[in-house]
Design a protein around this ligand. Structure first.
Ligand SMILES: [Zn+2]
Length: 297
């Protein structure tokens, strides 16, 4: 085969906790009236202090066990700073420098797809626009019910070699998360969301394209379709001898095509630093064994 496809995935999945990651608000965002499950912590009021939800940690550990990952005894939360209306604090609490777990894998048709890291973080609020997007909308609404729901982000190594394999990975991941009662895995409800990056290598000329990222894919079918579209677009450009810019693209499900969102060069600097209000997360071997035992029941 002349063209080799290289794909890596970043997956956000909501953990099935009763309450949010850092406050006691209900984590059931989907069935509630907008802005009813909110408090000073998850709406970022001055002076409000987050307290980490042990249930979220336990589900994160369970996910790491289910995905064959190494759980780190020490992990820590950091602040990812950016401004957007769905993020009332002006930063997201995540684990950047010290993730909960590393080096997992899922097997697809006898092949291991490696997982580089798994980390805990909080979800943002959700925006609704009257019109296309924030810039062109006549009105925009924001619902903070989702703000602060615990997530685990799963980052794969670029081991996936086709759009079909990417879909199979997502399906298998969803089955594992559902079976172990870690997440509902409902892509249509946003409980499982996927960003995919893809590059193509011309193996005859030994030229590799830039990496293109596709953001926020919300169905298994679209994971495959969006990556197929992108693979064809990149190969077409390479055949014409054109440069494929390094960029972030979105998937438009009505036109069944991707569109440019921003070039990678303009990507924000998130000024990560350690979250001063939450102590480090220490996971003992005993705790891991205890959760393993629960899994075997
Ligand atoms: Zn709250």
């Amino acid at each position: 085969m002349k063209y080799k496809t290289t794909i890596g995935l970043e997956i956000h999945t909501q953990l099935l906790t009763k309450t949010k990651a850092f406050c006691s608000c209900s984590a059931n965002a989907f069935d509630s009236e907008p802005n009813t499950n909110i408090c000073p912590v998850c709406t970022g009021q001055p002076g409000a202090l987050p307290v980490f939800n042990e249930e979220a940690l336990n589900l994160g550990i369970k996910a790491a066990i289910a995905l064959n990952a190494k759980i780190n005894e020490y992990s820590r939360f950091d602040r990812k700073n950016y401004f957007y209306p769905d993020l009332p604090k002006g930063y997201q609490i995540t684990q950047y420098f010290y993730p909960l777990a590393n080096n997992g894998y899922i097997e697809i048709d006898g092949k291991k797809i490696r997982i580089q890291r798994m980390h805990l973080e909080e979800d943002s609020g959700k925006m609704f626009h009257e019109g296309e997007d924030l810039e062109n909308a006549s009105y925009s609404y924001v619902d903070y019910n989702r703000s602060g729901i615990p997530l685990i982000e799963i980052v794969t190594e670029p081991d996936i070699e086709s759009p079909e394999e990417a879909r199979k990975f997502m399906e298998k991941l969803r089955n594992i998360l559902r079976y172990a009662e870690i997440s509902s895995g409902d892509m249509e409800k946003g409980a499982l969301r996927c960003d995919a990056n893809i590059s193509i290598t011309d193996t005859e000329k030994n030229i590799q394209s830039n990496r293109v990222e596709i953001k926020n894919i919300n169905s298994f079918k679209f994971v495959e379709k969006a990556l197929e579209y992108e693979r064809n677009r990149i190969i077409e450009a390479m055949e014409k001898g054109e440069n494929v810019p390094k960029e972030t693209r979105g998937w438009n499900f009505s036109t069944r095509s991707t569109f440019s969102m921003r070039s990678k060069e303009e990507e924000a600097d998130y000024r990560y630093f350690p979250e001063p209000d939450i102590p480090p997360v220490i996971v003992t071997q005993e705790k891991i064994e205890e959760i393993k035992k629960q899994c075997q029941k």
